[in-house]
Design a protein around this ligand. Structure first.
Ligand SMILES: Cc1cc2nc3c(=O)[nH]c(=O)nc-3n(C[C@H](O)[C@H](O)[C@H](O)COP(=O)(O)O)c2cc1C
Length: 490
């Protein structure tokens, strides 16, 4: 499955036969990316060093990113597929479990009709996920004393699609000139009122109370990927107490944090943050070349629809507000953050660099390694600006063979505290364990970023690694995904 040809002039990572060759290519990129020459043996490897989070010793520097599978039951309970994924998170050997996957705090906030959803009825079923993960982890690693596991809580806002008819039912923070037409939004009907936003707070608290009771160490008040709490951070044009000023745009987040603190004392909090954004991207038009391009934002300047970018030049990152947000988090005592970026629906190349786009994507606008470098660079800049925050980084899967070398360098240099892995764990869940025990990587299982884990759900199928995981390869969806790829000419 390893394809080593260039794609549109961009060399594949698998084509670099030595670290030196890989590093020579990195040196040609516009954003520097530190990479170690060799992976150190287990006892010397900084990735194996414990880290203290909220006073707890966490056993190593690997984290699992939340990865949903579009594979819950219609009423939001886990299925065997969900259980299998969480068991793999446990088997990975990573000692920080960031959220497992997005769990909607109530029905209208589900991003798809099979997303997990917190309800009283679902408590018992949702609790089994953590116990299965812990049992698998204990069997692999001997102990869960140094495991730190959270549950990711979300309302999908603009990207809500909660019902079995799979129709978008967006609930938005403000009207958006580009994204509204894409979702068929034609009036203010889907805009959350202030009272409705306040009404979400008890839902977050109820889910957090459940999480604490089920033994989760923390909940992630998710502020990323274009979902509601992320969209609110850019609600410059929204009138009233939840829009306009930085104070107003962070109000709901602060209120949720305060309510959880008040009603669920002892439960720790984390935040997964889209730490920068640009404008939406699209397929190139005639005479625009072969790569994805930013939409024409000029009629909409200043660009008031993003968090962490320059409104006068929205192709430029501006970390002023993300840094202010992290200082706010620190002052609220939320000192655990996971930095991702942007939004999987309108500019996925920024948050999960890939060789191939998903079926609703566009060809990569840049060498995906630039995407990795950008994510790692932003994480390091934010860490430097607010060092009290324990930082989990995103953007490592595309590094493939050289993931351990780059991860080790980032932790060794203090640019990040923990390295988070997403897609890699779908194809090769044991990768962290193999790195930490000094085993060579199993190259056949390295994620080559075919994006089939996204193409499948975009076409209403369950997610999984169809190209590399024999379990998913054997499922009927694998054929359907192949057919979709063929149709798209890949
Ligand atoms: C199939 C799939 C499911 C995902 N589910 C979630 C999720 O539930 N919550 C979340 O915050 N991010 C989710 N993400 C984003 C990943 O956590 C991660 O940020 C992204 O894949 C980039 O990391 P990677 O390069 O290691 O894959 C998902 C990504 C994919 C491809």
């Amino acid at each position: 499955m390893t394809d080593e040809r260039d794609l549109d002039g961009v060399p594949r990572v698998a084509a670099f036969k030595t670290v030196a060759a890989f590093k020579a290519h990195l040196a040609s990129l516009p954003i520097p990316l530190d990479c170690d020459d060799a992976v150190l043996p287990p006892r010397k490897n900084p990735l194996g060093k414990p880290v203290t989070i909220y006073g707890r010793i966490v056993g190593n520097r690997f984290a699992t990113h939340p990865m949903e599978g579009w594979d819950g039951t219609p009423d939001g309970k886990p299925t065997d597929l969900v259980l299998r994924r969480w068991t793999h998170f446990g088997v990975s050997g990573a000692k920080l479990i960031w959220g497992g996957e997005a769990v909607a705090v109530r029905h209208d906030g589900r991003a798809n009709p099979n997303q997990l959803c917190y309800t009283k009825d679902n408590e018992r079923a949702l609790a089994t996920l953590l116990s299965a993960l812990k049992a698998a982890h204990r069997e692999r690693c001997g102990t869960t004393d140094d495991l730190f596991a959270g549950l990711q809580l979300t309302h999908s806002g603009r990207y809500s699609r909660p019902d079995p008819d799979n129709t978008p039912r967006p609930r938005i923070a403000y009207r958006h000139p580009i994204l509204d037409p894409r979702l068929g939004i034609v009036d203010d009907g889907p805009v959350f009122t202030d009272t409705e936003l306040e009404g979400l707070i008890p839902d977050y608290v109820a889910a957090a109370r459940f999480a604490a009771g089920a033994g989760y160490d923390f909940v992630d008040v998710k502020c990323c990927h274009g979902y509601l709490l992320h969209e609110l951070l850019s609600a410059h044009t929204r009138p009233g107490p939840y829009g306009g000023s930085f104070e107003n745009r962070t109000r709901l987040f602060r209120e949720i944090v305060a309510a959880i603190r008040r009603d669920v004392p002892g439960l720790h909090l984390g935040v997964r943050l889209s730490s920068f954004d640009l404008v939406p991207f699209a397929h190139p038009g005639p005479n625009q070349g072969t790569r994805g391009v930013p939409i024409d934002f000029r009629p909409h300047l200043p660009w008031r629809y993003a968090f962490g970018n320059n409104p006068d030049n929205p192709l430029e990152i501006d970390l002023t507000e993300p840094i202010a947000f992290l200082r706010l988090c620190r002052d609220l005592g939320v000192t655990l953050a996971n930095f991702t970026a942007a939004c999987p629906y309108y500019n996925p190349h920024l948050m999960r660099p890939a060789t191939f786009p998903p079926s609703d994507g566009y060809p990569p606008p840049e060498d995906p390694l630039i995407g990795c470098a950008r994510l790692l660079d932003v994480a390091a800049r934010l860490k430097r600006a607010v060092p009290e925050i324990t930082v989990v980084g995103t953007g490592y899967t595309y590094l493939q063979e050289y993931l351990p070398h780059v991860a080790q360098a980032q932790v060794r240099l203090g640019r990040v505290d923990l390295v988070g892995l997403g897609r890699m764990l779908l194809s090769y869940p044991e990768l962290p364990h193999h790195v930490l025990t000094g085993r060579p990587l199993d190259r056949k299982r390295i994620c080559r970023t075919f994006s089939e884990c996204t193409t499948a759900p975009r076409n209403h199928m369950v997610s999984g690694c169809f190209p590399l995981d024999p379990f998913y390869k054997a499922r009927p969806e694998a054929e359907a995904v192949k057919a979709l790829k063929k149709k798209a000419g890949r």
